[in-house]
Design a binder for this molecule. Sequence first.
Ligand code: DX5
Ligand code: ZN
Length: 221
Amino acid sequence: MSVLIAPSILSADFSNLQRDIKMINESKADWFHLDVMDGVFVPNISFGLPVIKAIKKHARKPLDVHLMIVDPDKYLAAFADAGAAIISVHYEACTHLHRTIQNMRQLGVLAGVAINPHTPCNLLSEVIANVDVVCVMSVNPGFGGQRFIRNTFNKIYDLKNLILQKGSSAKIEIDGGVDLKNAHELIKAGADILVAGNTVFSSTDPLATILELKAADTQLV
Ligand code: DX5
Ligand code: ZN
């Protein structure tokens, strides 16, 4: 599988959202990454269901919804109804993660689990077989445009081993500080999906930047 690119709408121009959605539709990007923040789990508030429903009307690619909220179980059905194809809940926000994963599967969405930079991958050992996507946070969640945490590489290796050991088909998504300098190294280490907010939307040519990220897996060195 070639790497999937998921531009994060958090860095889009919210006063020109339809234009930015159109740009992603026309680009080589694979998913829309949508960051939902509640001001409790993370120290920031972003957007929620009405905005996701509006994005769904125009988006021609799967919606990858990253829930940075407490008690995500309460809202899983609503986000699935709003058009999410993939939902990631935070390991740190779920008391009954196994049940939450079952709920996501029952709703027919891909089941994602996100882990904060301080959370070791092996804490997923008992659920990894039922997880479709592990979203490895490579910054502390809450804001776009932060600096990539290098320890993420160790976590990718650990996660890769866990996935193999447990016979899981989970994909590894990297979220935070992904840029044109680290994309190739991340893919080489085992990343399957790269989220990119600032790198895409602060670019003077977002289409070309998405193409470059997408081509990073064929880069030789
Ligand atoms: C951070 C979010 C990220 C963010 C990534 O809490 O989960 O998805 O939008 O943005 P960049 O790529 O700018 O670090
Ligand atoms: Zn995210």
